[in-house]
Design a protein around this ligand. Structure first.
Ligand code: LCS
Length: 394
């Protein structure tokens, strides 16, 4: 990356992380090997002690994985990144690196269901307790802070409500209390929002989504802003072991080359679809950061380069009407996940956010009628025609 540090974001998408390899390939080769040969016992020992730089074992590091990690670190503006087997592996590893038993976490209420469940049911076994708040009102974060709070964890925009948090304000509160701000940037990707610019300490992603962008990889990443913080994350990931493999790293790195283009097209389509839905007589409400009616429109304008590809909405007939719509689409695909080139539609209350339970969902604003749309890069007229024919059946 050293030759390309000062280029613009879209150039970084194409070039960041690509190193020099034997035979001069233009893209990083897939080093599909679990282990690396030592020249001597002395060299092996020196590598393990960290006295010599090089590769030892793919769980510890691998050139293909490292190329992708360097790319994401450059895009987020962080020091280094750590490729993980899934978004959940990245989130678990980040918590394991930062928390001790007895610590307290302040977390957004509207997060991906399993993130909330990880804190509430798994990490709670290790005496870590969490207060879930609506962080779009910063006073809720402030009021939840205790002298044991070491992590403030924000997903913004939140899955699936799109509730948006002022990261600068959240970082200030976290730091005043000696805590770290960890941000899940999956919904915007670094093309549209770079949390380090607003004071975050750690960024996590499900790379399964916009970073890879092609619905063919499960992967995650942790990006660390400061050099001092990095070793504890690398050691923790190495001990827990939830690393991404070379082939999936290669695919994600390839996907990233078109990240800017995909985010632009997906946002452009989503703006038109959100406007179409908002004007439709069968639609009760639409949440989309690009609409003037969006509750945190000002914060979104400040933090996002474009409004992104995620929309949530509810039809006038609530849950039952939403079911008819989701069962009637033809071009849009009824499936969970998001951030790919294809438009996906799903029902959070019975799918992605089922594990949270009804009470936590209701408190987070995830109504039974909420429908989530991840807008792809198809022709927008085709997408609107598909929604139109499905809405006619409602
Ligand atoms: N963070 C966010 C914001 C997510 O949306 C997801 C997955 C994760 C983390 C976890 O990543 P994974 O382990 O799946 O790579 N979100 C999904 C969703 O909304 N539908 O299916 C998966």
């Amino acid at each position: 990356m050293s030759d390309h540090e000062n280029v613009k974001f879209d150039s970084k998408c194409v070039h960041a992380g690509v190193g020099d390899y034997q035979f001069g390939p233009v893209v990083p080769p897939i080093y599909q090997t679990s282990t690396f040969k030592f020249e001597s016992t002395q060299q092996g020992a020196a590598l393990f002690k960290g006295e010599e730089k090089g590769y030892i074992y793919t769980r510890m590091s691998n050139p293909t994985v490292e190329a992708m990690e360097n790319s994401v670190a450059a895009l987020e503006g962080g020091y280094k990144a750590l490729g993980c087997a899934s978004g959940m592996a990245a989130i678990h590893t980040a918590f394991a690196a930062l928390l001790n038993g007895g610590d307290h976490v302040v977390c957004s209420k509207s997060v991906y269901g399993p993130t909330s469940t990880l804190l509430a049911t798994v990490l709670s076994k290790f005496l870590i307790d969490t207060t879930f708040v609506n962080p779009s009102d910063l006073s809720n974060i402030e009021n939840a802070m205790t002298d044991r709070t070491t992590v403030v964890y924000i997903e913004t925009p939140g899955n699936p409500t799109l509730e948006t948090t002022d990261l600068e304000g959240a970082a200030k509160i976290a730091h005043e209390h000696g805590a770290m701000l960890v941000v899940d940037n999956t919904f915007m990707s670094p093309a549209l929002q770079r949390p380090f610019e607003f004071g975050a300490d750690v960024v996590v992603h499900s790379m399964t989504k916009f970073l890879n962008g092609h619905a063919d990889v499960v992967g995650g990443i942790i990006v660390v802003k400061d050099e001092e913080l990095y070793p504890i994350f690398r050691t923790t990931l190495n001990q827990i072991g939830g690393v991404i493999d070379p082939f999936n790293s290669f695919l994600v790195h390839r996907g990233i080359k078109t990240l800017s283009l995909r985010m632009e097209k997906s946002s452009e389509n989503a703006v038109k679809i959100a406007e179409y839905l908002e004007a439709h007589p069968k639609v009760e409400w639409v949440r989309y950061p690009g609409l003037k009616s969006f509750p945190q429109y000002e914060v979104a304008q400040k933090q996002h380069d474009l409004p992104g590809g995620m929309i949530s909405f509810e039809l006038k007939g609530g849950h039952d009407a939403g079911e008819v719509l989701m069962n009637s689409v033809k071009l849009c695909t009824l499936a969970v996940s998001l951030g790919g080139v294809e438009t996906l539609i799903q029902h959070p209350a019975s799918m992605t956010h089922l594990s949270m339970g009804k009470e936590a969902r209701e408190s987070a604003g995830i109504t039974d009628g909420l429908v989530r749309l991840s807008v792809g890069i198809e022709n927008v007229d085709d997408l609107i025609a598909d929604l139109e024919q499905a809405l006619e059946k409602v």
